[in-house]
Design a protein around this ligand. Structure first.
Ligand code: IYR
Length: 231
């Protein structure tokens, strides 16, 4: 039998007693170093294998993503999971149409130059090869049962955090992904028949990397370059 939960009621709202697990300083240092070493092995991958992935893994990584903090705990996100080959094909065709326009007309010379080291172009075969596409939608507002509109708060921040958690969970599961942002992205809401309160935020192909994969030899900024300590 589980112990009775310690609950406090303040102005009609329940608060539960919480304490987190703690470690000795030495263990904390070791754990945080190990976690960093593990995160340092994460890479965005553009060449996927079609090797199947259990649906349960996708369900679990989405539930981990959904633990992210959000403005007023509104969890203003929806994760659409596409494994249907016909829908993947439609998404690829629509994305490539937009990307072709972007790469050939809409993106500046400077932008195209900045992208050269990534080796990207308008072609997106991974949209059909990867076993799953997770399309993250943000929900700027909600309708209550009476049809009244309610704004959500810090929507981009919240959904960005959930996407970060999602990428971390995918990496932890031993799978790879890519933060793909076809632009404009409104074709996704149309193809997936999403309600009017949802806007596409990110598209993540999820699966195993192809047998032989090369990724850009990017170096990450050092601690000195990303952090300032005020002591
Ligand atoms: N959305 C395009 C272009 C693109 C833009 C940036 I900034 C990148 O870091 C990578 C790609 C594409 O997906 O190819």
């Amino acid at each position: 039998m589980s112990a009775q939960q310690d609950i406090k009621v303040i102005e009609d709202h329940e608060f539960i007693k919480y304490s987190h697990v703690h470690y000795e300083h030495s263990e904390m240092i070791e754990r945080s170093q190990k976690f960093y070493d593990w995160m340092e092995t994460r890479r965005s991958v553009r060449d996927f294998s079609d090797k199947p992935v259990p649906k349960e893994v996708i369900e679990n990584v989405i539930m981990s993503a959904s633990t992210a903090p959000s403005g007023a705990h509104k969890q203003p996100w929806t994760f659409c999971v596409v494994s249907n080959p016909e829908i993947k094909k439609q998404i690829r065709e629509a994305a490539e149409k937009e990307e072709y326009e972007s790469y050939t007309k809409r993106m500046s010379e400077e932008w195209l130059d900045d992208l050269k080291p990534m080796g990207t172009n308008w072609e997106k075969p991974f949209l059909e090869t990867a076993p799953y596409l997770i399309i993250v939608f943000k929900r700027p507002f909600e309708f209550d049962p009476e049809g009244k509109k309610h704004q959500n708060y810090y929507v981009a921040e919240s959904v960005g955090l959930a996407a970060g958690f999602l990428i971390t969970a995918i990496h932890d599961a031993g799978l790879v992904t890519l933060t793909h942002t076809p632009s404009p992205m409104n074709f996704l809401a149309k193809i997936l028949n999403r309600p009017e309160n949802e806007r596409a935020f990110l598209l993540l192909p999820v699966g195993y990397e192809a047998e032989e994969v090369y990724v850009p030899n990017n170096r990450r900024k050092s601690l000195d370059e990303v952090a300032v300590f005020y002591e």
